[in-house]
Ligand binder design. Sequence first.
Ligand SMILES: NC(=O)c1ccc[n+]([C@@H]2O[C@H](COP(=O)([O-])OP(=O)(O)OC[C@H]3O[C@@H](n4cnc5c(N)ncnc54)[C@H](O)[C@@H]3O)[C@@H](O)[C@H]2O)c1
Ligand SMILES: O=C(O)[C@@H]1CCCCN1
Length: 316
Amino acid sequence: MNTIPYYGPDDVKVSLKYEELVSALELALADFSKGPEGGVSQPLRATAEVTQFNGFLAAMPAYVESRHALACKLVTFYPNNSAKNMDTHMASILLFDETSGLPIAIMDGEVITAMRTAAVSAIATKYLAEKKEVLAVLGSGVQARAHIEAFVKLFAIKKIYIWNHRPNGAEHLAKHVSASFGIEVQVFADVESCVMDADVIIAATFTTEPILKECAMKPAVHINSVGAPRPQWQELSEELMNHSVVYVDSVVSATKESGDVIKSGAEIYGEIGQVVLGKIKAESNRRTVFKSLGLALEDAVAARLVFDMMEQKKLT
Ligand SMILES: NC(=O)c1ccc[n+]([C@@H]2O[C@H](COP(=O)([O-])OP(=O)(O)OC[C@H]3O[C@@H](n4cnc5c(N)ncnc54)[C@H](O)[C@@H]3O)[C@@H](O)[C@H]2O)c1
Ligand SMILES: O=C(O)[C@@H]1CCCCN1
């Protein structure tokens, strides 16, 4: 039997650059939103519930023809792990050769999950946010950190405001941001004060009840909500959802998996890929929400980028 290479988190980190990831994902999301002629095959993820331990295992296969990316991510999601000081998401990705189905690499999926989710929020923000100078971040975990890193790299962010349900998490992230980027950072004790002056809001928490509700916000604020990936969970209030223009990564995923969409009954204006294609308008002068569930195609594209970069390295 042939052995296949394993690429760990450090290999992924050195291989992926946000600029390249954003360009590749933007095109892949557009392909996805073209429908069958876009060359993307992606079933809804299948999940095995582990009710006893409040966790689940999801299988996320996808094929993206334009990127020659055929892969399957296996990801576990155990919110209780945070109390044990363990990661709450753990993931591996198996990449295949599209012509024969031969497995060609196995790699860490945690860094890819963090970076591709932040990159997709950045794509939504690029199109849907009127201004991108003041960033409010709700949450201080893996996604919150990845989003700050991506947004600082990709946009001219001037101020970052952070709220977390455990204040020490917010303080810790603020110290990291200020030491790494030298940007003005402020920690807030309540969500309302944190978001009041923001141009862009990131909600990236494990909450099951709405944490961001109708309150004083800039009229054209853009909100990226990446949490609440279950049909019963909510991160945004029903009122907020119903009074915003709602974009999603996938209409199929959002209507099956997102409590924010299902419970509010809010109308979905369209997919971010349709915005990229110019098929629907980017309502950047109104309050917009990008509801992200996370798509297998994003993992496949990122895994292929890592593989190509590692192959290139072997030759130099
Ligand atoms: N859309 C996507 O593509 C995508 C991808 C990965 C993760 N996610 C989701 O994003 C969310 C954050 O993931 P992560 O990897 O950063 O997790 P994490 O465990 O690293 O961080 C979770 C954060 O949520 C906070 N939190 C926990 N319970 C809370 C509560 N009851 N109210 C408010 N905040 C609470 C924690 O303090 C922490 O800041 C999760 O819901 C996860 O499933 C989405
Ligand atoms: O897209 C993802 O990888 C994650 C898996 C866990 C639930 C939220 N979305």
